[in-house]
Ligand binder design. Structure first.
Ligand SMILES: Cc1ncc(COP(=O)(O)O)c(C=O)c1O
Length: 360
């Protein structure tokens, strides 16, 4: 056959999700995908169950009810919102709509893998910009912009580093980008940061900023695949033209709507994450494993070398603990560990302590 894929596609290294099982182990704990260890709100589960009676019906095409619920909870305008199959779909739609062959899409050195994948899938060239001490560097990003740049992706907080840059820096970046560039603020972990709006107010002030958000993290609905984007009307209009009309299933829409309304549950999960994250970071530091202050629901644990990180990963696996190697994110000396429930955090701290003391 002579048929081949579009340019860029064969350069894509397929995304690797976090491992979920350990052969022969019953009580393995998955701390490799930044999921909420407490699961979703009971209201969300109940709303999901109720949809079982209507599975023969097509879902809503405009997601009006979910958009309104999100808008009410976050104090936003429902008209400037689009819902997608995870925020992954919003990232992909943005690349498809705004970047094609010859165009450039900027992402940071340790940025989320889907930016590069989605840029290549659209035929565009991903451009990696160095970070400073695992933090996005807005001056380096501005310097990397060319006539060909179309999109700049920054996750704030970032995965897998857990670091965050301030509102002032983000505003400076948005203000100084060339007119032909759209800034995408990925707020997958924004809900974990008390008082942070994920960049929503900047979206309201400007016409070159889009924010993406997800139900997969704090809301505990990764299995249902719901995300959303918030942006200027002209961008939302463009994305809606290429979005599949029935991209979200009714069970997903109903569960997400109930989840975003359950403010007490999300507040509880946020608090518990903050408490356990700081406990785990301190416990690991006591064993000689340091980390940057994380603003997400995970810790990027630092080891002396790639060999040490790999041996610790193997030891954790032998103890039934699945964490994430981040070699593919150019962080070979690190392991990313999701903040689990209290028992999982204690098991991690204990196993890392065993590893570091050589008492294996
Ligand atoms: C920074 C970041 N953005 C986006 C996503 C995608 O989330 P989802 O497609 O589940 O909404 C993730 C998932 O890990 C992430 O870490």
């Amino acid at each position: 056959m002579t048929i081949g894929p579009q340019p860029g596609i064969m350069q894509i290294k397929p995304y690797q999700g976090g491992a979920a099982h350990i052969e022969g182990t019953q009580n393995a704990v998955k701390l490799s995908s930044n999921e909420n260890p407490f699961g979703p709100s009971e209201d969300a589960v109940e709303a999901f169950r109720r949809t079982a009676f209507d599975l023969h019906r097509y879902p809503s095409t405009d997601h009006a009810s979910l958009r309104q619920a999100i808008a009410t909870t976050h104090g936003l305008e429902a008209d400037k919102m689009i819902c997608g199959v995870g925020s992954d779909e919003i990232i992909s739609l943005l690349c498809q709509a705004y970047a094609g062959p010859g165009d450039e899409v900027i992402h940071t050195e340790h940025g989320f893998a889907m930016y590069r994948i989605s840029a290549l899938a659209a035929g565009a060239n991903p451009v990696e910009v160095v970070e400073r001490e695992r933090m996005a560097d807005v001056r380096a990003i501005l310097a990397a912009c060319t006539d060909k740049t179309r999109l700049v992706f920054i996750a704030n907080p970032n995965n897998p580093t857990g670091t965050m840059i301030g509102d002032g820096e983000i505003a400076h970046l948005a203000k100084n980008l060339p007119d032909h560039v759209l800034l995408v603020l990925d707020g997958a972990y924004a809900e974990y940061v008390e008082g942070y709006d994920g960049g929503a107010s900047l979206v309201d002030q400007r016409d070159n900023v889009v924010m993406t958000r997800t139900f997969s993290k704090l809301y505990g609905l990764g299995g249902l695949r719901v995300g959303w984007g918030y942006g200027p009307a002209h961008v939302i209009d463009v994305l809606n033209r290429i979005r599949g009309p029935f991209n979200l299933s009714q069970p997903a829409l109903a569960a997400a709507e109930a989840a975003v309304k359950d403010l007490a549950y999300t507040a509880k999960c946020r608090l518990e994450n903050t408490r356990l994250r700081s406990w785990m970071a301190d416990a690991l530091a006591e064993h000689g494993v340091s980390s940057d202050t994380s603003m997400g629901n995970f810790i990027l644990a630092r080891f002396a070398s790639q060999a040490e990180a790999q041996s610790c990963d193997s030891h954790l696996l032998s103890q039934g603990l699945i964490v994430r190697s981040v070699v593919g994110y150019k962080l070979p000396n690190y392991l990313r560990i999701t903040v689990g429930d209290e028992s999982a955090c204690r098991r991690v701290a204990h196993a890392v302590g065993q590893f570091k003391s050589g008492a294996l």
